[in-house]
Design a protein around this ligand. Structure first.
Ligand code: ADP
Ligand code: MG
Length: 619
């Protein structure tokens, strides 16, 4: 039961201070933190051991979902049903991650389209948002057990380089986990806050945040003035981190044991024990000068000097990124006031030393580098909760603003809680050949379907020159000025035609109605996301049906009767699938059709290229 504070003077029950939690949703590990007696602390699991929750989701044969340490153990024994590094997929399309398939032990649908990625586990399809929601639910349970109360509000951190889609996906994951995400905060900003940097609005400074995690490296240069954190530049490497250190040690051990590293792809359990030994050795070498262990009864050993030689080239790459970030930020080393260390791998002494040498100053490393981002998120949450009166909160948009897209879906352009004034935009196109007019309907609210949100206004962009569907480039800009007036501007970029309207978004909506809209959005998050997934799958299927018909017409000559008939049958099956309410049925039909037609499409393409070359060859 939660504690109820009673005012002893008049016996009244004091309104409970609301707890808003801070969450670091990491690639390798995630954490949740809150303010305990005016100090930010991270929450440990039931076992009281660690504040880290490995960001790994495992689907058991019985259909249960497990997150964290136990799930991580399944990476070796059941890789196809164990999802890790899902953060790398957030807000990404198939095209974006095509080259990464080899990196993952699980199946990413390799559908070469613009739509968002899905992950296949047995015969179900999951979005990165759903998978991240599982991790967030685990963190939510953790904090709820700790505080013995329901938690519904959170601040979640993301890398500074995350784009609009990736931030929105993170918000959606929070919503799906039953959390009202008050703000998405940049990880380097949170790290700075954890050290108290930026809490005094009268101070101006420029800082560098060096974040070396398990698989990723980020360097950010931030300018802080009047309590505003501005990202001047970011740089890094999305495939450089502690895992590379482990791998270097693993190779070193292999040489020591005279094992050919290549056999490890077959000898999985030997590979796993070597990997575990390598990570243990690395961590040990952050404290001591030598590590000795044993693998299958044979001794392995490495000293700190040998380890440092193994990772020197990696560190050189990191410093190159730092140099580039400084140059992009137009700053010199001397202009950097503070350097903050983040991420488990910054415990490696050579990393610390090299960074301090590079920036010519001691680094901030008093706080636990695993926890610092979550701790800062909890401080940001505390500021939002209004518990720090001395800190002024900038005006923010109370509800998200967006437009209606195909299928009645809400496409958020300015997320709620964005600072005002603000400006954001996105490009759209037409869905029908020769379309001349485009309706731009503006909505306010958090639900996935516009019918559940509040309509603010609409206008029609007329006079688009006739073009095939998908060719016009329509840029839609949302601009909110300091008075809170929203201007929506649509412009077709090829022809330059333009339309705009001004709206006062909060007009006529009171606090209570606003709170209800927010609560509704969370209560319906599951159902909304299910409907959204079905609508998106249907849109994708419809595009494929059109493309399929075109393909059959254009390649009539090079396809056999059997190929034509099978393709037609698969198209019909897909059409039938679109009539169901089950996204997995639609995705399976899409996948079957794609698998069958991809080789045919390649053949058609070769043929076209061949014809084109023949044409050129006639000299
Ligand atoms: P992410 O931000 O990617 O979720 P973390 O910040 O949690 O990652 O960092 C995880 C990495 O930190 C792992 O590679 C882990 O081996 C490494 N690490 C943790 N503790 C130590 C240590 N004492 N010495 C060296 N590396 C460490
Ligand atoms: Mg991290």
């Amino acid at each position: 039961m939660a504690l109820i504070p009673i005012n002893m003077k008049d016996g009244s029950i004091e309104k409970e201070r609301e707890v808003i939690v801070g969450i670091d949703l990491g690639t390798t590990n995630s954490l949740v933190a809150y303010m305990k007696d005016d100090r930010a602390v991270c929450v440990k699991g039931d076992d009281g051991k660690s504040t880290l929750v490995p960001s790994v989701v495992h689907f058991t044969p019985g259909g249960d979902v497990i997150v964290g340490d136990v799930a991580r153990d399944k990476l070796v024994t059941d890789p196809a049903n164990t999802i890790y590094s899902v953060k790398r997929l957030m807000g990404k399309s198939y095209k974006d991650v095509k080259d990464l398939q080899g990196f993952f032990g699980y199946t990413i649908l390799d559908d070469d389209t613009e739509s968002l990625v899905k992950i296949r586990v047995k015969d179900r399809f999951y979005t990165p948002v759903e998978l991240s929601a599982h991790i967030l639910r685990e963190l939510k349970t953790r904090i709820q057990t700790e505080l013995d109360t329901t938690i519904s509000k959170a601040v979640i951190t993301v890398p500074a380089y995350f784009n609009d889609n990736q931030r929105q996906a993170t918000r959606d994951a929070g919503k799906l986990a039953g959390l009202d995400v008050l703000r998405i905060v940049n990880e380097p900003t949170a790290a700075a806050l954890a050290y108290g940097i930026g809490l005094d609005p009268s101070q101006s400074e420029t800082i560098a945040v060096f974040d070396l995690g398990g698989g990723t490296f980020d360097i950010s240069i931030l300018q802080i003035h009047d309590g505003i954190f501005e990202v001047l530049a970011t740089n890094g490497d999305t495939f450089l981190g502690g895992d590379d250190f482990d791998h270097a040690i693993l190779s070193f051990f292999c040489k020591q044991l005279k094992i050919d590293e290549k056999i490890l792809t077959e000898e999985k359990s030997l590979g796993q024990s070597l990997r575990l030994q390598a990570e243990t050795a690395k961590k040990k070498l952050s404290e001591t000068d030598i590590y000795e262990g044993s693998v299958d009864g044979q001794m392995v050993r490495i000293n700190r000097n040998e380890f440092e030689n193994l990772i020197r080239s990696h560190i050189r790459r990191m410093l190159d990124c730092c140099r580039q970030a400084l140059s992009d930020a137009k700053k010199t080393v001397a202009q950097i006031d503070k350097v903050v260390m983040v991420g488990g791998s910054t415990r490696v002494p050579l990393v610390k030393r090299s960074v301090a040498d590079f920036f010519h100053k001691p680094v901030y490393d008093n706080l636990d580098p695993d926890e610092v981002v979550a701790l800062g998120a909890a401080i940001q949450a505390d500021i939002l909760a209004g518990n720090r009166k001395e800190l002024l909160l900038l005006d923010v948009t109370p509800l998200s603003l967006g437009i209606e897209t195909v299928g009645g879906l809400m496409d958020t352009i300015i997320a709620r809680n964005s600072k005002v004034p603000t400006k954001a935009g996105r490009q759209y196109t037409t869905s029908v050949d020769g379309q001349k007019n485009l309706k731009v309907a503006v909505y306010q609210g958090e639900r996935d379907l516009v019918e559940h949100n509040r309509k603010l206004g609409e206008f029609i962009l007329r006079g688009i020159p006739p073009m095939p569907a998908g060719l016009p480039k329509i840029d839609i800009q949302f601009i909110i000025n300091a008075d809170g007036i929203l201007t929506v501007r649509a412009r077709e970029l090829r022809s330059g035609i333009e339309q705009q309207i001004d709206i006062r978004p909060t007009y006529g909506i009171d606090e209570e109605a606003m709170a209800k809209m927010l609560l509704d959005s969370i209560a319906h998050a599951q159902e909304d996301m299910r409907i959204r997934a079905v609508l998106e799958a249907r849109n994708e299927a419809n595009n494929l049906l059109l493309a399929g018909d075109k393909f059959l017409q254009q390649n009539d000559a090079i396809l056999s009767e059997e190929e034509k008939n099978t393709t037609k049958a698969l198209l019909t099956a897909l059409l039938e699938a679109t009539k169901t309410e089950d996204k997995d049925v639609i995705h399976r039909a899409i996948e079957t059709l794609n698998n069958y037609t991809t080789p045919l499409a390649h053949r058609a393409m070769d043929k076209t290229i061949l014809t084109a070359m023949k044409g050129k060859a006639v000299v």
